[in-house]
Design a protein around this ligand. Structure first.
Ligand SMILES: [Cu+2]
Length: 151
């Protein structure tokens, strides 16, 4: 009898876990700016949305660069500067837009130039959600948004 009770209790716990929403992050509109042949750094941008609870970006990796950091552009007394954001917080259900002049993914030590029209894979690791690999499309060097080829 006693054994039976524990078996049933175990089943109830499993069902409860399955019903809870699994944390995930939706990544959309991933794009990067084309770079010149001598450039060793590039920027990538996208929209992140955490579903099923808050989350944080832990790390970003891609075969195109040696090091990848998450940066934030800040206005420091009239001078635009960049600083590293070690763990970007994502509020649940809210879109966090990475774009020029704001949060961005810094590709440091590019292994080859990013040419307009090409694309490359990029993997984002989160604190709770499973890692997401997206295809980043390279836009014109002066592009300011995905799909817009400059002015
Ligand atoms: Cu930067």
């Amino acid at each position: 009898m006693r054994h039976m009770f524990f078996a049933v209790a175990g089943l109830i716990v499993c069902a409860g876990v399955a019903l809870a929403q699994v944390p995930s992050v939706q990544v959309s509109d991933a794009w990067a700016r084309a770079t010149t042949s001598s450039a060793r750094v590039g920027g990538a941008f996208m929209t992140l949305k955490a579903v099923g609870g808050d989350d944080r970006v832990v790390s970003v990796s891609s075969p195109v660069a040696e090091t990848i950091e998450l940066h934030e552009s800040i206005n420091d007394g009239g001078v635009m500067k960049m600083r590293e954001v070690p763990r970007l917080a994502l509020a649940p259900g809210q879109a966090t837009v990475l774009k020029p002049g704001s949060y961005h993914i810094m590709l440091i030590g590019l292994k080859k130039p990013l040419n307009r029209g090409e694309s490359f894979p990029l993997t984002i690791t989160f604190e709770k959600a499973a890692p997401v690999t997206v295809t980043v499309t390279v836009q014109a060097a002066g592009a300011s948004a995905p799909g817009h080829q400059g002015h």
